[in-house]
Design a binder for this molecule. Structure first.
Ligand SMILES: NC(=O)c1ccc[n+]([C@@H]2O[C@H](COP(=O)([O-])OP(=O)(O)OC[C@H]3O[C@@H](n4cnc5c(N)ncnc54)[C@H](OP(=O)(O)O)[C@@H]3O)[C@@H](O)[C@H]2O)c1
Length: 327
């Protein structure tokens, strides 16, 4: 895959550390803003990236790449993905896919019509520990409860309180705890149980944005609760899955899934599982994206889009239930 990275912020810096091990991915371009020219130059040198662009349209027109990795603020995912698809590029978009459900639907239609790859970069769906956890679920019997907590005190929260609103806390840029952190819990739960019957979100709101909140997902005989916070911490960032024959504790936040422990109904540890294949959470997803694009595996693309669509539906219902408006 010939990849153009769009953005030069936190996640791009993080992602670039693994690219030396993505043997079949060639970094042919990085696209950013003029104000970040110095950073773009540094990244180009450090990671041997082909070319810098500060004009997205020019990059799409002239750039030597087949795929864009969109890692800009949430509110830009839609327009950037749409343009790239219209130029015949494959698109890997950071989470959340789009801010609005309707925007996701537009992108999906374009990608399916053009037979292009459109996929959400959502780490947990590709982690070996997640794939193995799915295989363990039948041993828990009938699932009853899932409780997932991804709380992380954000350095940007201090700036937010002081009056500087960065994109992750900006309702105009699709920010907030639901979109930023709880989205991982939603993917985690939807990946196990599919579409819930109903959804309710109870947020803590400051300056028109949810700095933390509790989301409930009703699956009939099984109920799930997803907690996401950018304004407070928990010493236990973990997920607990309870069935009538046993339970599982997933250690670490739902974007990493460091390991999981299986217990029987006597609370006895049955086994500890850690089948991580690489220390960095983004490795497995990008190995899979490269394969999907190389093989033009549109079946998998459709399957993953169906999954993302349910997640987007949950987000839509959650925001509506809390009367939260994001742009
Ligand atoms: N997968 C993960 O683990 C993970 C983790 C964190 C974030 N994310 C996601 O990744 C995305 C970016 O987050 P981040 O934390 O990296 O944010 P960030 O540090 O604020 O970086 C955003 C980047 O987008 C660039 N940008 C803004 N407007 C642009 C434009 N019009 N054209 C080109 N580039 C533009 C910014 O450039 P300037 O600085 O010049 O404005 C900056 O380089 C978000 O959607 C977030 O949800 C994913």
């Amino acid at each position: 895959m010939k990849l153009a990275i769009v953005g030069s912020g936190n996640i791009v810096h993080d992602f670039l550390t693994i690219t030396k091990d993505l043997k079949d991915t060639e970094l042919t371009a990085i696209i950013g803003t003029k104000r970040s020219s110095d950073i773009l130059g540094q990244l180009k040198e450090q990671y041997d990236i082909g070319k810098i662009y500060t004009d997205y349209d020019a990059a799409l027109k002239n750039g030597d790449f087949d795929t864009v990795y969109i890692a800009v603020p949430n509110s830009l995912h839609y327009s950037f993905a749409k343009k790239a698809l219209e130029h015949g590029k494959n698109v890997i978009s950071e989470k959340p896919f789009t801010v609005k459900y309707k925007e996701f639907e537009v992108l999906k239609k374009i990608a399916l019509d053009k037979k292009s790859v459109l996929i959400e970069a959502i780490t947990n769906q590709y982690l070996q520990n997640y794939l193995d956890l799915k295989r363990e679920l039948p041993d828990l019997g009938n699932l009853k409860l899932i409780e997932s907590n991804y709380s992380q005190y954000s350095a940007k929260y201090d700036a937010f309180k002081a009056g500087k609103i960065l994109p992750a806390f900006d309702p105009k840029k699709g920010g907030g705890a639901l979109m930023d952190l709880n989205i991982y819990n939603i993917h985690f739960i939807v990946g196990l149980l599919g579409k819930p019957k109903s959804v309710e979100y109870l947020p803590n709101i400051e300056k028109n944005i949810d700095t933390s909140g509790i989301l409930t997902l009703d699956y009939g005989p099984c109920k799930a609760v997803a907690i996401g916070a950018k304004d407070s911490v928990t010493p236990f960032r973990r997920t607990i899955i309870q069935g009538d024959r046993g339970s599982i504790i997933v250690n670490g936040p739902t974007n990493k899934m460091e390991s999981f422990d299986v217990y029987d109904n006597d609370k006895k540890l049955v086994k500890k599982v850690d089948n991580s294949v690489y220390p960095h959470r983004m490795y497995q997803e990008f190995i899979e994206f490269e394969r999907i694009i190389r093989e033009k595996d549109l079946k998998t693309v459709e399957k993953q889009l169906d999954h993302s669509e349910i997640v987007m539906w949950v987000v839509k219902k959650a925001l509506k239930s809390a009367n939260l408006k994001l742009e």
